[in-house]
Design a protein around this ligand. Structure first.
Ligand SMILES: Nc1ncnc2c1ncn2[C@@H]1O[C@H](COP(=O)(O)OP(=O)(O)O)[C@@H](O)[C@H]1O
Ligand SMILES: [Mg+2]
Length: 482
């Protein structure tokens, strides 16, 4: 999993962006749509998941994004989308956008410069469409796939008289993907054309465990997933897909596997995917670069980069009741800081909220946002990152990432060796190139304990080895803030 995440990230760098993905949207700035003004969104990964509370503006972003491209000259059948399709004006909705609304797109180009283009409201029309790059863009909203039983199309109301047309059998590769995501062993996946007079539709059709059934007897998650995968695999490379809450009707394990599949298909076909979601499973399956949290309050709409919704939400609900929010990078940093404070200022812990944010940039971004909302906040980042006092970003003691400070300390290793009857020097020497984030996992597997127990024992052995006073400086900085 880690490999595909990284492989995809390395294909999405400035130098190779266009050669891999074509004229993808690198940023968009929205002004004057559904209460959103001057909101800039940077795309840092081929897949961008936008989370946030209901009505924050997730769909608005996706809907504007599908309007960023002209119809490809080579495909006359494909119909592009326009802003007016998504923002209808009527007596009851007179102002879904302001009179001078704009959306500015920045596209990747083959010159390493981004191409700027703005679609803006001119009198009674939208202008700017003509100079847009060409690209197939698809909006997979809630209505795109409605089970045919609920739609009551001709496969239902003409069930006695329709004719069977061609059957499009889906490749083994796609069949394996769908089977794997849903944990269902399909023997065949196909789309069956059925016609009545001059009307024709396609109906999903699968075989499993010796029986076969059509979309009309499929689960909703099953049908919708099949429909989406057919699009990703069979539409041209370098397409844009906007997905509305793709977790709908998928069980948790399927959501995780679905994201894994999205990374795989983007790696193969170089698509760009923008999705709205409320699923922390989907968010956590993506690397930090693929996560955006959108926030709407009395001050407007803002974007928090690289932060998952569940983390941001817990801060927003609990943060206001605490004397100080401390954002750290990950669980290990959280445990280390909490144990140090427990030793130095035990009475202070209940009034602190210490939250792991995912990575260094998520710490910096969250601190900035919370400070702008007047929530008392500091960041404590890993020691190798350094400090920035004016931005309230402090660091853990030492010079290395905390896992290295702790697990590479020889006194710590001796204490853990004794307690768990293991030999850390040997364990580490047998595996070359261990990522320090995996130290706790590797040792806890050998020692038959949980990772968190191993971390806590290691951290306490570290305090014994170096003395808790190494935290004095950070502790007094925290005292100053509370
Ligand atoms: N005319 C308007 N003026 C200002 N804000 C609006 C207007 N119409 C809708 N909104 C805001 O847009 C929200 C809907 O945006 P949407 O992108 O669909 O949200 P989400 O997908 O995050 O649930 C509404 O809840 C409301 O806050
Ligand atoms: Mg929505």
């Amino acid at each position: 999993m880690a490999d595909i995440r990284k492989a995809l990230l390395s294909k999405f760098q400035r130098s190779n962006l266009y050669s891999n993905f074509g004229a993808i949207i690198k940023s968009m700035t929205i002004n004057g749509f559904r209460g959103i003004s001057n909101l800039r969104l940077d795309f840092e990964y081929p897949i961008t998941a936008i989370s946030g509370t209901n009505g924050s503006g997730k769909s608005t972003i996706g809907q504007l994004a599908v309007c960023a491209y002209r119809q490809p000259q080579t495909n006359k059948k494909y119909k592009r989308r326009y802003v007016k399709d998504f923002f209808p004006v009527s007596q009851i909705d007179p102002n879904p956008f302001t009179a001078n609304a704009t959306v500015k797109f920045q596209y990747a180009t083959n010159t390493h410069q981004l191409q700027d283009l703005t679609v803006s409201r001119k009198a009674t029309e939208w202008s700017g469409y003509k100079r847009q790059p060409e690209r197939h863009s698809f909006y997979v909203g809630f209505a795109l796939y409605i089970p045919k039983v609920e739609r009551k199309d001709l496969s239902i109301y003409k069930s006695g008289s329709f004719e069977i047309g061609a059957k499009r059998i889906i490749s083994d590769e796609i069949k394996t993907q769908v089977s794997n995501i849903l944990n269902n062993k399909y023997d065949e996946v196909a789309f069956q054309a059925i016609t009545h007079r001059n009307r024709s539709i396609e109906l999903g059709l699968v075989k499993k465990y010796g029986y076969s059934y059509s979309e009309n007897n499929m689960g909703f998650g099953e049908g919708r997933l099949m429909y989406m995968i057919d699009l990703f695999e069979n539409e041209p490379d370098n397409s844009l897909f906007v997905l509305e809450e793709p977790e709908t009707s998928l069980h948790e394990d399927a959501q995780y596997k679905f994201v894994k599949y999205l990374m795989d298909v983007c790696n193969r076909k170089k698509h760009q995917i923008i999705l709205s979601t409320h699923s922390s499973i989907i968010l956590d399956a993506l690397p930090a670069e693929g996560r955006k949290f959108i926030l709407r309050d009395a001050n407007g709409v803002r974007i928090l980069d690289r932060v998952s919704a569940s983390r941001a939400k817990s801060i927003l609900t609990d943060g206001n009741t605490k004397a100080l929010v401390i954002c750290v990078e990950d669980i290990f940093a959280l445990l280390m800081l909490r144990e140090a404070i427990r030793k130095l200022r035990p009475g202070l812990l209940p009034s602190l909220q210490i939250s792991p944010m995912g990575d260094t940039s998520a710490v910096a971004n969250t601190v900035k946002l919370l400070l702008s909302m007047r929530v008392k906040t500091i960041g404590v980042r890993d020691a190798d990152i350094g400090e920035n006092y004016s931005e309230k970003l402090f660091k853990l003691p030492g010079t290395l990432p905390p896992e290295k400070e702790v697990y590479e300390n020889l006194n710590v290793q001796a204490a853990l060796d004794t307690k768990y009857d293991i030999n850390i020097a040997t364990i580490f020497s047998l595996q070359s190139d261990i990522d320090h984030h995996d130290y706790g996992k590797i040792l806890s597997d050998k020692a038959c304990c949980s990772e968190e127990t191993m971390h806590l024992d290691a951290i306490n052995a570290y305090f014994d080895a170096v003395g808790i006073s190494v935290f004095d400086r950070l502790m007094s900085l925290i005292d100053n803030e509370v």
